[in-house]
Structures are given as C-alpha cells and as structure tokens.
Ligand binder design. Structure first.
Ligand SMILES: [Zn+2]
Length: 739
C-alpha cells in the first residue's frame, strides 16, 4: 500500500540566478511572483484535499464495500465489455489560474527502488459516462509509448471513497470509462505504476528508480479527462521522494524540504508538468553553468555514487559553453532559464529526451569524468537535446502538434525535427568545444560510412523511415541495413549539411544555416508560444534566403528511394571520403565504450569483445560467407577468438595473396561452422580528406561565428520575418483541419 502522503505548507519561491534580464524575462518573473503569492494565499484550501485523501489511501476495501457502489452505479451484475457510445463531452476549459477547477496530484516516489510508483488524483468532473486517458503519445518519443502494461492498480472512487465502476475501452486500451453518479463532482483516482520495466519506445518518458536515484516522468502516474486541452488544464502537483535526496526539475517548486523529501511543485498546466521530468538522488549535485548575457543554466546531477556527480572544473568550464553557442546559433531563446537533468548511472538504460526548458539525459556512471565516455555520448547528446528546445519544442511539424497525449502524431517530418537537430547539434558541439574539429571530422566520416551500408535506401525513401519511426525506434536490429533504421537522424543530418553548403554557395556567402535558424526559429518575445510548421513553410524560408529549387531537391533526396547515399554535402563542404588502415580516434573511442570491434568497411562486421556477431553488412565479404548475426565467433584463422586476435589477423590480411581468406569458426548453439572471408586489404576505416576543389567550408561551418551575428537589430528583423512565416503556418494548419 502507498505510504501516507503529508505535505507541508508552501514557502517562498527560490530566486532565479544569473544575469539574463531581457524585458520578457522581467515580465515573466514578475508574473511568477504574482502567481506564487496567489498560491500562498490558496495554500490552506489547496492542501485540505490531499490531507483528507491521506486517510483513505491506507483504507483496505472489503468485498462488500466494492460491490455496493458497483451495484448502485449499474444494476447489471456483470460488467459489459462493450462501452457505451461515446457521448459528446464538454471539453474542460480549466486554465492554469485560480478561477478554474484544478486537478490535484500527489505522487509517492519513495518506493521506486522496488519499482513501485503510487499516486492519487482528484479530478473535477461532471456526472455521467466519462472517459479518462493514460498518456500514450507523449511528446518527444514520436510513437505510442505503450507503458499501459505497467499499470498495476487503478481505482476510481467518489469523494467518499466509494469505488466507481470502470471498464477499459476495447478499441484503445489507454482509455478508461467511468460512470460518475449524480451529485459527484470530483473523481478520485489511485494508480500504482510498475517502474524499471520500459517498453521498446518508452525509456525517455518512463520512470526508473534505484537505491541511489530516480527519474520520474509524470505521464506514468496520472490520467486526464477526455476532451481537455492539456495546455489549458491546470494541475497542482506534490511529490515525495526519499528523505534527504536532492531534486532537479525545470519547474521551480513553491516549497521543497530535503529533510522530509516533500516537494510542492505548485500549479502548472498539464502539458508543462508532463514536459518537466523530475530527477532525485542521494548524491545530488547542482552545477551552475551561467554565462553573463545568456539564460541562467543549471546542470542537476544524480548518480550511482558521490564520484559520479563530482565534475572536474575543466568539464564544468566546457559545459558552460554549450548554452551561449546554442543561443548564438538561434539568436534568441524560447525559455527563461534551462536545466540539464543528467543521470549518471550504469544501472538504467541510456537515453536522452528533449523538453521545453530542460532535457533528461541518462548517461554512464562516469560519463562526465572520463574523456572517452564524455566524447562518445554527452558531448553530442547534451547539445542535441538543447537544440530541440528550438527545433521540436518551440517550433514543430504541424502533424506533431496535439492538444492531448493520446491521438497519434504524424511523424513524416522527423527528417527535420530530428535530422536538422542532429546537424545543428554538431555545430553546437564543436563550436562550444565539447569535441575538437579533428575528432568531429572522424565522427562525420564514421556516420557517412555507416549510412553507406544502408542498402535499404534502394526500396525505402528517407521519408519512410520518418513515417515508420514508431516501428524503427528501439526495434530489433537484425539486418538493420536492409530494413533501414532511424536514418532520419544521421542521413537527415547529411542532407542538412548539403543545405547549409548550398545556402552559402547560392547566396554568394551571404546566408547560411545560422541565418535559417535565426529566421525559422525566432522567438517572438511578445508571444513566446510554440508554433507548428509545414513543408511549405520550410521551403518558403529556404527560398527567402537563397534562390534554389529547394522543393525539388527535398523531393529527390528525401521522398524517393536512392540507388546510393548522396555525398553532395560532404563534397560541397570541401571533403571527400577516403579510407585508411590506422584506426581513427573516434573508432577507437567507440570500440572502447561499446565493447566491440568495428570492421564494417573491411570484413563487413561488428563483433562484440565477447565474439558475438552484432552486425553483418549486406553485400560484404561476411555476408558472402553466409555469416549470421547473433552467432558467436570462437576462432579466427584457427586461433581462439579475442579482440586482439581478430585485429592481428585483419592486419596480416594486408599481405594476403589473391585467394587467401580469413577463416572464422562460428558457433550457433551446439553447431559449429567455418566461414571463409575472401579479403586481402587489411584494416579499412573511413576518413574525410580535403579535395582541391573549393574552400574548406566544413571548417568554416564548424567555427564559432563572430558574436555580432546575434545583434539585437538582426534578431528583431529575423523575428519580424518569422512572424509572417508563422502566420502562414497557422493558415496552413487551419486549412488542413478543414479538409
Ligand atoms: Zn532528438
């Protein structure tokens, strides 16, 4: 049973640090002070309901108690599996102010180390057959997150704690139907959610806990009424975490007591709450990453041990550069302050997820201290999720914009949402010094080499990998080159490199992707709300910067199958693909971190350090030999397998005569087989080499632009252009809605 939930009175809101004092910031800060005052005035009434509920939480229901209200609600003795016809329901008009009904939510996260998350809700509701949703299409995941299987207990009751009959909608398992009797205007809902067992899609929006830390996504512990607009629905949230733990979230609590673990997050919109995950931990640490003139930024850290969250000063200095470079790229910021939530653990899955004013990043335990681990993941992940605050949160594809968390989203433009983010991530990562220019060229060469193996592009256009994103994310990886994977990330990024080069070329050096960002993602400081865009908006913005048949180019590269990977962007940037025998630092790093041997450009395989064949590249010598993914290499040229033996034999192959082979003895269960790989070139790794046609545009792109590029005058002019663009977007959305 859930522990008793008791919450203390609200105290004052902590002051915001830093020197980001735009007029908008001052206005919003004043608004928050007013809001906090109102919350304080409301405190006794607001806290009365949870206190009353508390005594009911531990009350065990008898069979008679359960049966009685069920009989009252419906004279039929056995519940019908067929729900009634959906009655039109009045959409909830609650807004995050004091005059409208507010959902009350209390979350007990003290037993997450046992995988149990419990919550209680009080939801204003009208009598009749009502339905409530468990969030399924949570923003950022681009698919049905599907954690409904993890619900271990759902109880609906009236304010007198009498259970109400419910049934599940057989056409959508995330929807619950409840008969609300006359005279009942508040529905109580108790949930128990099983944490630590994510589905393939849900890691970023799921909830996890160990004895040292927790990550809490609020979509896992609430339901919401059908018909409500989540951005206009008010919710007051209280959370309890283990006593003594530190807490990080983008929402500024109106009270927080580390001694008791009680946090009052106050009143927000439902959308903002779900967009604001919370982390907490025994070894919590807050690291300010403020730079004067830029939004206040903090890194909230939790980890497996004290050492994991102790970040050296050089790393802090490095991390501090990320925000300024991102804001310089976009010219303005869609948030007042920002929180990197970083979970350093070897016990949870690794993931990253974007949010409007924060990002949730789960990395290896020592990822912020070990250079190899840092370069491999956080150096790119943190800029990626930050860029999403503009590309994906501030502006997003119109079919990915929704007023609820249950209607399927259209993911066709993920080659922009994720592909452009993946490209801009690279600019921010290099410009802010997370990785060196040379290391990044190796990264880029590896990505090109990876994408070259995707023979699936012959049948499947890049756009289809975006449309099919829910089936590709986290799915099985066998023969991924034939099937294609989430190629809208890395092939998408290569496409945008080409766009950047073309913008520079066609405008005579006057425009670049930096200008596109300032124009397309400009923040209207008078109305900083998220807006959607269509493919037409995208094309119009590119056309306004440089004369080029952008629409035809997009159709050709994104919406049609390809015979081979287009390397136009790489070539235009002043480079061409070449191969070397010496293993690049990036590949060494990747092998060390992932525990594998990367031989995709030579033998056509990736093998784990334990000998498991993780990947067979189509049309490679490994493919020709009949090698099977997930089989185990036990010997190389009759020597017992080890990573160094495979590397030595690959080195020796450079001196092979024609007809000689590398022989692998492979085990599949009880069966052994010999595979002869006809290969005589030695190690082979992709690199980018300068060609002698044109300037080194790649270096120019990756270099930090002069700071005057973000002058207020330029930003204001860009904002004006963006307003007209957004107007077009809204018109397009309205027309689409009428169809
Ligand atoms: Zn992303």
């Amino acid at each position: 049973m859930p522990k008793r939930l008791v919450f203390r009175s609200a105290t004052s809101r902590p002051a915001t640090s830093g020197a980001w004092l735009s007029s908008r910031y001052v206005r919003i800060a004043l608004g928050l002070i007013v809001a906090a005052s109102v919350s304080l005035a409301d405190t006794p009434a607001a806290l009365a309901t949870p206190t009353k509920k508390t005594t009911r939480v531990s009350a065990r229901l008898t069979a008679a108690e359960v049966a009685k209200p069920l009989a009252q609600a419906n004279p039929e003795t056995s519940p019908s599996p067929v729900p009634p016809a959906i009655e039109p329901q009045e959409p909830a008009t609650a807004a995050p102010d004091d005059a409208t009904p507010v959902i009350e939510l209390s979350v007990d996260a003290t037993t997450l180390h046992r995988s149990l998350l419990t919550s209680e809700q009080t939801i204003p509701i009208k009598p009749g057959r009502r339905s409530l949703w468990f969030a399924n299409w949570v923003p950022g995941v681009a698919g049905p997150t599907g954690q409904i299987a993890n619900l271990a207990r759902v109880v609906f009751s009236n304010e007198d704690d009498e259970p109400l009959r419910w049934s599940r909608d057989p056409t959508d398992l995330n929807r619950f139907w409840v008969t609300v009797p006359e005279g009942v205007d508040r529905l109580q809902v108790r949930l128990t959610y099983l944490a630590n067992q994510p589905t393939q899609l849900s890691t970023g929006v799921d909830t996890f806990g160990t004895r040292q830390l927790l990550t809490l996504n609020f979509n896992t512990c609430l339901v919401y009424p059908d018909g409500c607009d989540v951005s206009q629905t008010a919710i007051h949230t209280r959370v309890r975490v283990p006593a003594g733990w530190g807490v990080g979230t983008a929402i500024k609590p109106i009270s927080s007591d580390r001694q008791t673990g009680e946090i009052d997050l106050g009143r927000t919109s439902l959308k903002r709450l779900v967009d604001s995950p919370l982390i907490a931990g025994r070894y919590y640490r807050a690291v300010p990453l403020d730079r004067e003139g830029f939004p206040p930024t903090v890194m909230h850290l939790v980890g497996d041990s004290h050492a994991c969250t102790t970040v050296p000063q050089e790393r802090v200095d490095q991390l501090t550069e990320i925000m300024p470079q991102a804001v310089r790229l976009f010219g303005s910021a869609p948030f007042d302050d920002y929180a990197f939530l970083v979970v350093c653990t070897d016990r949870l899955p690794r993931f990253g997820l974007e949010h409007g004013a924060s990002s949730l990043n789960c990395v290896r335990a020592m990822a912020l201290r070990d250079d190899s681990l840092y370069r491999h993941r956080p150096a790119y992940l943190l800029p990626h999720e930050l860029v999403h605050a503009w590309c994906g949160k501030h502006r997003l594809p119109e079919k990915m914009s929704s007023t609820n968390f249950h209607e399927p989203l259209g993911t066709e433009l993920l080659w922009v949402y994720e592909g452009l983010t993946q490209y801009l991530m690279q600019l921010v990562a290099v410009r802010s010094g997370q990785v060196s220019m040379g290391y990044h060229r190796e990264y880029l060469a590896y990505q090109v080499s990876e994408q070259l193996q995707r023979t699936g592009r012959e049948w499947r256009p890049l756009s289809d990998t975006a449309v099919s994103a829910p089936t590709l994310r986290g799915g099985p990886s066998n023969w991924a080159d034939l099937r294609r994977g989430q190629d809208y990330y890395d092939e998408g990024a290569l496409f945008w490199l080409n766009v950047d080069c073309l913008l520079r070329e066609k405008s005579g050096g006057k425009a670049s992707m930096d200008d596109f960002c300032k124009q397309f993602f400009a923040v209207d400081t008078d109305s900083p709300v998220a807006t959607s865009y269509s493919l037409d908006d995208l094309v119009a913005n590119l056309e306004s910067l440089a004369d080029h048949p952008w629409r035809g180019m997009i159709q050709r590269h994104v919406y049609l199958p390809q015979a081979e990977l287009a390397l136009d962007g790489v070539n235009r940037s002043g480079y061409e693909l070449g191969w070397v025998r010496r293993k690049p630092t990036f590949v060494n790093n990747r092998e060390e971190v992932l525990g594998s041997i990367q031989a995709i450009d030579s033998l056509g395989i990736v093998v784990s350090t334990a000998g498991v064949v993780e990947r067979v590249v189509p049309e490679s010598v490994a493919d020709d030999s009949g090698l099977r993914e997930r089989s185990e290499v036990v010997a190389v040229n009759r020597r017992a397998f080890s990573p160094s033996v495979l590397n030595q034999e690959l080195d020796a192959a450079a001196k092979y005569r024609d007809g000689e082979t590398i022989d692998l003895i492979v085990r599949e269960g009880q069966w052994y087989s010999v595979h002869e790989l006809s290969y005589s070139e030695g190690p082979r790794h992709a690199v980018l080499k300068r060609h002698d046609e044109g300037p080194d545009l790649l270096t120019e792109i990756l270099r930090s632009p002069p700071s005057e590029a973000v002058s207020s005058e330029k930003t204001a002019s860009m904002t004006a252009k963006s307003k007209s663009s957004r107007l077009r977007s809204r018109v397009t959305a309205a027309v689409s809605a009428q169809r």
